[in-house]
Design a protein. Sequence first.
Length: 264
Amino acid sequence: MRLFRADPAAPHHTRNPSALTSFVDEVYATLSGLFAYAAVLALFVVLGVYLWRQLPDATAMPVPAAAGWSLAGRQAPAFAISRLDQRDKTEAYEVLRHPGGGHKDIFRWADANGAPAAELEIYRPGSEAAGPAVAEIAGRLDPGGVRELEAAGIVDSKFGSVTLLRPARQDGSHTCLGFLKQADAPDLRISGWTCLGASLPAQRAAIVCMLNRLTLLAAGNDPRLVALFAHAELKRTDCVTSGQPALSADWVMGSENPLLRGAL
């Protein structure tokens, strides 16, 4: 008589845990692979979206209109203002560049108290979009104001007729006078303003003197610019001064008398 009987199903039950573990491991491995695949796919999607969003910026980078003007460092002056004597000096001269190819050469003067007194800008445009000339002059003449400019007559300089501008609404304070000259060949705009001079004739004379003393130092391989200044020199007249030369610390401040006096 057998005390124990071997159960044929016993070996089957002893193998189940191992088979079940293998099945679970396979499921986990499959799920892990799917998660890894989904993560990689999501990474590619995110990277693709990022590159797609950067594409418009990359294509817009060569467009110069997206950037503004910047100060050109260590660039030799292309223009100069001739002087009466060694006491005359330009307070500031700077060159601005635009990615579109535009150049602005700017002269600035200050009065005895250090306040802005006069400005002359030579603008050689490139492919950039330029704003209205009169509006730009108004903004430079009165950066903190909103006064519009109106025509204030015409003066004759070595570059031809120059349009004068003044604030349309007078507020009782000392009035400054702006000016604008547009040349076609080459495309060149000369503009600026002066606040020096106690009368309109004095300011008109100062502007004519400013333009007549503007000279070209470097044309940048532009024969039309050379021809413009060479032709203008043939029509240059004497500058306007008043009083004794010793009393004039700056040629702009000395333009109080509209009568011609002396040679340059």
